[in-house]
Design a binder for this molecule. Structure first.
Ligand SMILES: [Zn+2]
Length: 503
């Protein structure tokens, strides 16, 4: 029986290798790989992710009939996912699931090609070959015991490390299940009832553009505006009507926990408001604003209901996730904005959720804007030198300067106010900490810059004077909800000065 069992294991390993090479390896085609070390790193990732598939095949293969159904299905699904990953650099995201469910047949037919059909047929053939091979093998004795051990091993492997689990969740076949669950949970969030805090609109202008740029991982101390020695924000520094706030504190250090606090009336006294109340977008809609959410990030479960308060929602890079090492840039948020401003009404709110300074830094800055070199070359951050990491990071800040300047150019002749606030900071190796979602001081100090047009200053001299007066004060990111409403002429009830940079 031992020989029969070894034959079964060989079959499991061969099916795993097929799935890993054909359906998981395509996820790594755009990874930076300049050295033997990076190739070995990618190889190690593939082995780790392939092992996650191995347990599934081990369990499914124990019963011939389950194998005859599951292996071809895995082959068809894997062929479709890997094809779009290679041909369109697209991965499964909740936004793509949403778009697919709300797309008509004609649009879907437009992305089906002969290459895709050929790739599916090839993989079905391979899958049938594995089924025939499995039919000739003996099922291990005590298959139920093997199944229980397989489930325990699968569970242990899946839960033993948070970073590995996040990576597994974004790779085939786990990404299909994970993103469907995420999509489903987002729908639950969208159907929940929320409370709107009282407000008064007494200074509403006839015409105004309020722009909120939600930054990503930009730390205050890397802005030239705040005294950083490098020229990271030369365009903003040369402009008038720019006010930087260098002392903003973010309690949360990662996107999914910080963004809901920024958008909602949640604060240190009412931390649960982010889960029970509407955001400033809803209130501005009620005050006659046309609102739009244009995003280079995902529609995270913790803030999806705020996104859906907006009248218009646009995701220029809906098929990208942070696990896709493919370039996408914040300039891509501007053409959708232009199409909206071209037919804009009197009062407008535009929220731009940027990819900003998210790792892998180089992928979010066009090469023409690589001001500081040498830049990073390795996907594992610690495989780069400190100089490379800081250079690439500072390039993202300098590119943010370009994007904000470009945005201001579009607004300067209108009555407009722009607030830029990053969701949290970023660690660049201090105390051995990198990136975010950890605990170090730089993560709590996000960049924040406000710009206003001359027309806005004329309409609201008190607010712009207060803005300048308050610039060196300390605020928590909770300030945003009350302040953006105040900037638009709407005062929240009990809006104390500690929460309002315009007062
Ligand atoms: Zn973030």
């Amino acid at each position: 029986m031992r020989r029969e069992y070894i034959k079964y294991l060989v079959w499991v390993v061969c099916v795993t290798i097929w799935m890993t090479l054909c359906f998981i390896a395509p996820d790594f085609i755009d990874n930076p790989h300049d050295s033997v070390r990076s190739v070995l790193t990618i190889g190690a990732y593939l082995c780790a992710l392939g092992t996650a598939s191995l347990w599934i095949i081990y369990i499914a293969g124990l019963n011939k009939y389950i194998a005859f159904i599951s292996i071809p299905l895995l082959g068809i699904g894997g062929a479709v996912v890997s094809y779009y990953r290679v041909a369109f650099h697209a991965t499964i995201t909740p936004m793509i699931i949403d778009a697919t469910l709300h797309t008509n047949g004609g649009t879907i037919a437009g992305v089906v090609s002969w290459q895709l059909i050929g790739w599916i047929v090839l993989n079905i053939t391979v899958a049938i070959g594995f089924c025939v091979w499995r039919r000739g093998l003996k099922t291990p004795t005590y298959a139920w015991l093997h199944a229980i051990i397989g489930v325990i091993l699968l569970f242990t492997y899946y839960t033993m490390n948070g970073r590995l689990r996040s990576s597994i969740n974004q790779r085939y076949p786990y990404n299909v299940v994970h993103n469907l669950i995420e999509y489903k949970q987002q729908q639950v969030q969208l159907n929940s009832n929320r409370i709107t805090l009282p407000y008064t609109a007494k200074e509403l202008p006839d015409s105004i553009d309020v722009v909120f740029v939600l930054g990503e991982a930009a730390r205050a101390d890397h802005l030239q505006l705040n005294g950083y020695e490098r020229e990271t924000t030369p365009l903003l520094a040369a402009r008038k009507n720019i006010v930087s706030f260098p002392h903003i504190y973010s309690e949360a250090t990662y996107t999914s926990t910080s963004v809901p606090v920024i958008l909602s009336p949640a604060d240190s006294l009412h931390p649960t408001y982010s889960g029970s109340h509407t955001s400033f977008i809803h209130i501005m809609n009620e005050c006659g604003f046309r609102s739009a959410w244009i995003s280079n990030q995902d529609n995270g479960r913790t803030y999806v209901s705020f996104i859906h308060e907006a009248d218009t929602i646009i995701f220029p890079n809906a098929s990208k996730s942070v696990f896709v090492f493919d370039p996408w840039y914040d300039e891509q948020l501007l053409p959708p904005l232009d199409s909206l401003t071209a037919r804009s009404t009197a009062r407008n709110l535009y929220v731009l959720h940027t990819i900003g300074s998210h790792w892998y830094y180089n992928l979010h800055v066009p090469e023409a804007y690589f001001r500081f070199t040498p830049a990073t070359t390795e996907r594992v951050i610690t495989n780069n030198t400190e100089e490379q990491i800081i250079n690439s990071y500072d390039n993202t800040i300098a590119y943010m300067d370009v994007v904000l300047d470009s945005l201001i150019q579009r607004l300067e002749n209108r009555c407009a106010i722009l607030i830029y606030l990053s969701d949290h900071g970023e660690a660049l190796g201090e105390g051995g900490v990198y990136l975010h979602a950890a605990e170090t001081e730089a993560l709590h100090l996000p960049a924040c810059v406000v710009w206003y047009s001359d027309k806005y200053a004329k309409a609201y001299p008190d607010k712009t004077e207060a803005l300048i007066r308050n610039k060196d004060k300390r605020y928590r990111t909770d300030f945003l909800y009350h302040s953006i409403l105040s900037a638009a002429g709407i005062e929240t009830e009990g809006n104390c000065p500690e929460m309002n940079i315009f007062r």
